[in-house]
Structures are given as C-alpha cells and as structure tokens.
Design a protein around this ligand. Structure first.
Ligand SMILES: [Fe+2]
Length: 258
C-alpha cells in the first residue's frame, strides 16, 4: 500500500495519496520536529544531498515549520563531531536556499550514552536541540549501568536531557516505574511518532500509546531517516484517532525557537 505513494511522478505523491482522498497536512500544530537524520552521509539517515533535500521537502509538506536535525554521535559507528555536523548543516542550508526551499533548519545531535559520551561531557560543549536541551539515546539491549548517575552529571552541568524514544527500550516495558524514574531524575521523554503506527512492532506501539495517554511525553519527534519513515508519518497525519491522540496532551515542540 505504501508503495502507491512513490511512483515515478514524485511531485504528485502527496496530492494523489490514499485512494484519492486529500492528505490532511495538519502536523503543523507541532511546529518543530526535533529528532531526525537529514545531514548527508554522516550517519544512517540521508546518504546524499538529494536525499536530504527530498526528506526536508517532505517535512515541509507534512506541515512542520522548523526542523532540528540530530545526527548520531556514537563513537564506534558514527564518530561525528560538532565541526562535521555544523559544516554539513551549512551545506544543506545552502542547497535548500539554492532550490528556494524555505524552512529553518538547525542541527544538534543524538548522543549515545556510553563512556565516550561521558568524556565529551567533561571536555566540550554539547550540541543542544535548543536552549540547554540535549537529545540522548541508550542501548536497545540493556539499561546503561549508573544511568541515574549519568543523568545527574548532565543536569549538574546545566543540561536538560531529552531521552529519545523510551518506548523502544523493551527492557522497560514491564516496569513502568522506570519511566517515572527517568522523569523524576529530570529527563524529558520524546516519543517517536512512528511508534504509534506500530512501525517498531506492537509492544512498542502499546507502550507509546499508554505513555502518551498518561501525559508522560514532553516531545514527539519523527526520528526520520529515509522516505520509508516519511510514508509512515504521512499515514499518521491521515489517521483521525492518532491525530486526536497527538493533540490531546501538551507538548513542548511548538515552543522550540532558533
Ligand atoms: Fe534517531
């Protein structure tokens, strides 16, 4: 079904989507997206400048007004630095301007919490989503040892951690107190919007719905890497129940300015 959206006439894909029904482009209520992988060739997101331009254009069509893109910083796989990230950002902004695509784009990072991250924390300023807010992720396999202590070190240095996609950490699924604990330690929580579509599986969807209904999330992000993710977000924007759910709780996305 998704493949119907991406025929050879790329420019028409939004207009002709979903069995001829017009696409409801009302994700604009979120204002900003704050988790994505749009800088070309430096992580597992966009690989070329054309990928970047296409993905960012799609975000604009979905209604987003501002984008904070967040390449991975994970030393073993994606040893990105602020210099690499900011120079790629400048290239992407120039390419957008050249093509007349008008949407503000800012870059931060999605920091993987490990010993290397702790070294960075001690030696250089971290890239922030906005203000003092830093997007972090943890292992999908196990909770890092002394996560509480690491969060304390971050907040002690004046940073506000945002935990990326906590619904995807399966080891928390049967212990909801862990989510409360993260919040109590001062973490904001960010849901991946595609979790609501079951993109990461049913258990992740169920946990995301529950956490969202409980008002536990501070942000929603696309975590967009590629056009497959774009298609899923398009389906969410067409789903009245999910759109109603997304609009039922206050989120910090519209506050983001840069
Ligand atoms: Fe991500």
């Amino acid at each position: 079904m998704f493949s119907r959206l991406f025929g050879s006439k790329k420019k028409e894909k939004i207009e002709v989507a979903y069995n001829g029904q017009p696409l409801v482009n009302d994700l604009s209520f979120l204002g900003a997206d704050m988790h994505s992988h749009f800088l070309p060739g430096i992580d597992d997101g966009a690989q070329t400048m054309e990928d970047s331009i296409e993905l960012i254009s799609q975000m604009k069509q979905l209604g987003y007004k501002r984008i904070v893109t967040t390449p991975h910083i994970k030393v073993d796989n994606y040893p990105n630095t602020p210099n690499i990230i900011l120079s790629q950002l400048a290239e992407v902004k120039a390419a957008l301007a050249e093509r007349g695509i008008d949407i503000p784009v800012h870059a931060a990072a999605e920091y993987y919490i490990d010993d290397y991250f702790l070294q960075l924390l001690d030696t250089e300023p971290l890239l922030t989503v906005w203000k003092n807010e830093v997007l972090v992720e943890i292992s999908f396999m196990f909770e890092p040892i002394q996560l509480g202590e690491i969060i304390f070190r971050l907040t002690s240095r004046g940073y506000q951690p945002i935990m990326a996609h906590p619904e995807r950490y399966m080891y928390y699924h049967h212990d909801f107190d862990k989510y409360e604990e993260l919040k109590n330690r001062g973490c904001y929580l960010q849901m991946n919007i595609n979790s609501l579509m079951g993109y990461y599986g049913k258990p992740v969807k169920q946990v995301a719905e529950k956490l969202f209904s409980m008002g536990m999330y501070d942000y929603v992000g696309t975590d967009m890497h590629n056009l497959k993710h774009t298609e899923v977000v398009q389906h969410i924007s067409r789903n009245e129940d999910l759109m109603a759910l997304l609009q039922s709780k206050p989120l910090r996305n519209p506050l983001i300015q840069f």
